[in-house]
Design a protein around this ligand. Structure first.
Ligand SMILES: [Zn+2]
Ligand SMILES: [Zn+2]
Length: 348
């Protein structure tokens, strides 16, 4: 079978390899890959900044945003041939730490977790992969190709889960306004879940043209191109997806009293001058919370799948802006101007 592999740490090492079909020891369910989503994490691995091969292996099979079709599954697994599934990316650490032991591997405390296509586990970027039943999530058939959005949506479902739990520290918490900074796939999915909760949603993004402003309006949300206009909204919730230090510096104290800022973007190191005294005062006197969130556990995949199933299909389709056939896979890692979600089609 063909598989997209990299030599972690070496830029430009990505290639299409011929590999044996996976061994049953890797999981009882055999899956044929339909689509693979590509994101910033993959781009970082391809650029040599990130990623680790499985122990004893030189190369890593890339890919963590999967959509596949079950080829074979044990009778008691809850899966049957033809089911569409998504593989869970992170697996619990072997110790395990208290979080992993409780199925909350997204909150792993010792950092010894593994991740398909990222850290010490081969990814889903192969024509076939295997998963254990507990590491597979069933996709509603009517979602079709949109099931490939479940993994990125799981990250956002976790952000919402945690924002709502933080909000519950107050006896009464009725957020009205959400600001999302950064209209990439994560930002759009955060805005979607905000609309599904009946919030007044605003999305900041520098792009004035291309498909993004219409997609934002299509959700019943308001686009903004000037960060200061966005800050003036004093949102109850701010989901930050740009990772841009200039945006984050403003976001820290821009939420309404009792506001919550959730950081989802990963930044490169950059020094920005901030008044830490004023920042501390605004956080304390406003009961404001700033927190980071990464990855997702199984519950988040399930709520992501439910959120996508309830969303307008025509709107969701607009998030997949480019499809690259497997033989041209390298094109998927080259960014183009109007890209939102780029997927590699393993059927072509
Ligand atoms: Zn991703
Ligand atoms: Zn752990």
């Amino acid at each position: 079978m063909r598989a997209i592999t990299v030599l972690p740490g070496l830029a430009g090492s990505v290639r299409l390899d011929e590999r044996p079909t996976p061994n049953p020891a890797e999981g009882a369910i055999l899956v044929r890959t339909l689509l693979l989503g590509v994101c910033g994490t993959d781009a970082e691995i391809v650029s040599g900044y990130y990623g680790a091969a499985p122990p004893g292996a030189e190369r890593l099979v890339l890919g963590h945003e999967s959509l596949g079709e079950v080829v074979e599954a044990p009778p008691d697994s809850g899966f049957v041939q033809g089911d569409h599934i998504v593989g869970v990316v992170r697996r619990p650490d072997p110790v395990p730490c208290p979080a992993c032991a409780a199925g909350e591997w997204d909150m792993c405390r010792n950092g010894l977790y593994t991740e398909h296509g990222i850290k010490e586990l081969d990814g889903f970027g192969a024509e076939y992969f295997r998963v254990a039943p507990e590491a597979a999530v069933k996709v509603e058939p009517s979602l079709g190709d949109l099931g490939v959005l479940i993994e990125p949506a799981s990250i956002v479902a976790k952000a919402w889960d945690h924002m709502e739990r933080i909000g519950a520290r107050a006896k009464v918490w009725q957020p009205r306004r959400l600001l999302v900074s950064g209209a990439g796939p994560i930002g759009f999915l955060a805005a979607l879940m905000g609309r599904q909760r009946g919030l007044d949603v605003h999305v900041f993004d520098r792009n004035r043209d291309g498909p993004k402003p219409d997609l934002i309006r299509g959700l019943g949300a308001t686009p903004h191109h000037d960060i200061d206009d966005a800050v003036a909204l004093a949102p109850d919730l701010w989901v930050e997806c740009t990772g841009a230090p200039a945006v984050i510096a403003k976001a820290f104290t821009a939420t309404a009293p009792a506001g919550i800022l959730c950081l989802l973007g990963v930044s490169a190191p950059m020094r920005v001058e901030i008044d830490l005294g004023a920042l501390n005062r605004d956080l304390v006197l406003g009961n404001r919370v700033v927190f980071g969130a990464v990855n997702a556990n199984r519950d988040h995949y399930l709520s992501a799948a439910a959120a996508l199933a309830q969303a307008d299909r025509d709107w969701l389709v607009g998030l997949i802006t480019r499809r690259v056939p497997l033989r041209h896979f390298a094109a998927a890692f080259r960014r183009e101007a109007d890209d939102i979600k780029v997927v590699i089609d393993f059927r072509k």
